[in-house]
Design a protein around this ligand. Structure first.
Ligand code: FE
Ligand code: FE
Ligand code: MG
Length: 165
């Protein structure tokens, strides 16, 4: 833990660590949902969509890495066991039980929309209190916004495939 770096945080550090761990747990669930969805996917455009799902999986894992670094910097402990991820995460894990491309896209769009809310909330809470976490949340939020748009644009392409004149 960085002593002075933690002292300058203008809010309850335990409260902040709870929010960071919630985001951290969500990232692992998002990573797995994407990673497995990319393997199970069936239907039109599946190769293009699987490539995007795989890329997003690696980006969610990178978010988990960033969050674990900040948690440890602040003297906290990242969620220790995978069986605690769902309990910590404000975003539900949506199992890819239906492999149809359209269903997977919808599930992951919902996941991105939940992630966007997490980081917007984290930014609102840290705006004045913690510029380091604020900056981290901004970095991740920018990528979640990109993820949402990527998936919505693939969904739009999928729908256009069935358009008649
Ligand atoms: Fe993420
Ligand atoms: Fe994302
Ligand atoms: Mg993308």
């Amino acid at each position: 833990m960085g002593t002075r770096g933690t002292q300058i945080v203008g809010m309850d550090v335990q409260e902040l660590l709870k929010l960071l761990n919630a985001a951290y747990a969500s990232e692992w669930l998002a990573y797995y949902q994407y990673w497995l969805g990319a393997k199970l996917i069936k239907g039109p455009m599946k190769d293009a969509v699987a490539a995007e799902l795989n890329l997003h999986a690696t980006e969610e894992l990178a978010h988990a890495t960033l969050l674990s670094g900040r948690i440890i910097q602040l003297g906290g402990t990242p969620v220790l066991a995978p069986d605690q991820w769902a309990a910590f995460s404000p975003c539900p894990y949506d199992a890819p039980s239906d492999p149809f491309v359209g269903v997977l896209l919808d599930q992951n769009i919902a996941g991105e929309q939940c992630a966007i809310s997490i980081y917007k909330n984290l930014m609102d809470i840290t705006r004045e209190a913690d510029p380091v976490t604020y900056n981290l949340a901004l970095t991740i939020l920018s990528q979640e916004v990109e993820h949402e748009e990527d998936l919505q644009s693939l969904k739009e392409d999928l729908e256009l495939m069935f358009r008649r004149q």
